[in-house]
Design a protein around this ligand. Sequence first.
Ligand SMILES: Cc1cc2nc3c(=O)[nH]c(=O)nc-3n(C[C@H](O)[C@H](O)[C@H](O)COP(=O)(O)OP(=O)(O)OC[C@H]3O[C@@H](n4cnc5c(N)ncnc54)[C@H](O)[C@@H]3O)c2cc1C
Length: 458
Amino acid sequence: MRVAIVGAGMAGLSAAVDLLDASAAVILVDAAPRAGGKVVTERVDGFTIEHGPDSFVSYRPAAAELAHRFGLGEQIISVTEPRVVHLRSADQMVPLPEGMGLVLPTRLGPFVRTRLFTWPQKLRAGLDLVLPRHLGDDDIAIGRFLRHRLGPAVIERLADPLIGGIYGTSIEELSLDSVLPMLRSYERDSRSLILASLRSGRAARAGGGGSPFRTLRGGLGDLVDAVTAHLRAQPGYQERLGVAAEEASTGGAASHLRLASGEVVDCDAIIFATPAPVTARLVAGELPDAAAALRTIPHTSTAVVTLGYPPDAFSSPPIGHGFLDAGSGSASSGCTITSGKWASRAPEGSVLIRSFLPERSLALQRRSDAEVFAVVERDVSEAFGTRSEPCVRRIARWADRMPKYVVGHQDRLAAIDAAISVRPQWQLAGASYRGVGLPDVVTSGKAAAAAVVADALR
Ligand SMILES: Cc1cc2nc3c(=O)[nH]c(=O)nc-3n(C[C@H](O)[C@H](O)[C@H](O)COP(=O)(O)OP(=O)(O)OC[C@H]3O[C@@H](n4cnc5c(N)ncnc54)[C@H](O)[C@@H]3O)c2cc1C
């Protein structure tokens, strides 16, 4: 069996690994000149810069398993302690209460004592303990649900910065059932979200606790390098990098993938590991209904600005892992102090900072590099007090590349699945559908590979 995989991000790479394991021949096609997709690690002047993801969670094992398989198990590292993250509002920088889960406290004491909320705001959040269940069967925006249970302050000062920061957009439009389905089960099983979260916090601490975030000592690009080295050593493997796929079609039992170079790849199956809008274009000629369904998944833009500062650039070196913006009016949704969060990311004494420009700062994302750097450098200076300029500046623009799981996402997936299922030899993978995290996209690649193998055996 010969399978074409479009998109060499982590989804496409993981599909390729499994298909070669299953003795299929694979041709991997990517428009970019290198594999890895959003995983881009650059090393410059002793700094290790991640232009895309910088970590993966340990409670979904697929990414770590891939690292172990390709000899990188020893390179997996956890975040540096202490894990202090601040929330920046218009007038203050307040540490995130200890024991915060994604939006809910897993320990009551620090939440009760935090300066982040006033007493009336804390009491309003405490109403969650007595409010009856709120959810019906339908999906709902996370913001709306949490506002009902915990009140507006928790949304604005905590939930939106935390979740919106990850998804690059506001929780007022993100789907509860696709982004945080756990909250639905919390309410169903325990009624109170806070009680359910405290209970799961106790269970997690009993199991050892600790941060779930992991990365590779040398950067996530090492995983891409290890996987591509493995693929290239397999006799059944071919790749076309720097060549976009333009159209997929079928003729009899065969599938055909036309590339921008003019080459037509003939194969038995195709895995589309491209963002949904790209996949829509590729299948539009053959499956217009699937293309229309794929176009219903919105994608937004984000930019990551990385600044490397020499030793002594700060009046006092920034401590902790960084801050999330909670309505300070800044263009950035927050900053990671990369050199404080992970070991060996910057030369001794130097500081590496990543700042994120979310959807609401789209106009700034589109300005020139120099204009963006000026804004972000001023922001970093106001937050941490710089005495000198950065020695390294980088920007990564991910235009229309961040999938948004907005309310109704599950219905959209059902419509896509129904429309594409008429071609069981065509499978979808990647971040547009069932999880944006690296473990999720690795799993999606594996599932797509398994599905084309199962179809071939039918
Ligand atoms: C700034 C940022 C930070 C993130 N941080 C984290 C994090 O810390 N932890 C985490 O788990 N996740 C994080 N994510 C999410 C995660 O990085 C992505 O969801 C994941 O890498 C997507 O993998 P993918 O294979 O689905 O898609 P992609 O990596 O987007 O790969 C798709 C590939 O398709 C190719 N392509 C597009 N069009 C064509 C075409 N016509 N023909 C051929 N090829 C084409 C592209 O060149 C690309 O290589 C982050 C994402 C971003 C942008």
